[in-house]
Design a protein. Sequence first.
Length: 304
Amino acid sequence: MKTPQVVIILVNWNGITDTLACLASLEQLDYPNYQTIVIDNGSKDNSVKQIRTHYPEVTLFETGENLGFVGGNNIAMQHPLVAKTDYVLLLNNDTEVAPDFLSLLVEVAQSDKKIGIVGPTIYYFDEPETIWSAGGGIDWNKGMTHMVNLNELDEGQLGDTPRSMDFVTGCALLIKRLVIKEVGLLDPRFFAYYEEAEWCVRTTRAGFKILHVPSSKIWHKISIVSREASPQVHYYMVRNRLLFLKLSQASLRAWLFTCLRNYTVILINWSINPKWRHKAPQRRAMWRAIFDYMRGRFGRVDIS
């Protein structure tokens, strides 16, 4: 029986050290039938030359500008390689993988034609036994997404049986090409953040299952502290949550919770409570995100 072909996509933007380490870990995969595409989003750190030097077998595409996670992956998913493959794996360039992680994902995905998307257990690279994501959930009453088992020490609580999820993070997401053909690409309006949750909602509503595979493991070089402190990230998270609610046709209850119980309370606290004076850059980013959503400004926005 033929082993399904997988195309692995990495998006690189001034992250050559992480990208080279990720490609090195992919060389250790025990999966026999995969090809790798690297999309370089206009890097200025000599990424292109180094990737071509160290990994000439990798398909490298230069966009010439920062198209974000969404734009980079969408370009790759329209590459001729993808038209002939069985699966596409979106993989963050700041990850390193276990040798069997892809084999385990494909094995589960192949077990049922209605399985559309699968994802691994993702640990913090600096705390390799602590879980960052074991799938994702959506609270439709509050219009909020969350990582399942976030920050838990892995003590075997995940078991070995694949679990149904609302979404899996785009950090490591294996999707069948036929599902992409049916539901379309990532929505470019997101640029980054919330795009995979909306993609997974589309996939579920098209009749496909989304599963987390506990035994498949990777490690992510992510810092929660630095992300939360970034006005740029906060901007996208605020704006794109509203876009996610719109595209997923969320309930009035979810909208009210998001806008009144969540965003309004945060903005008031950050405006009048001296304790949160240091949040002024995030507060400005939040206001801009809300106004940009209201006037239909999406895609890339630079927050100074």
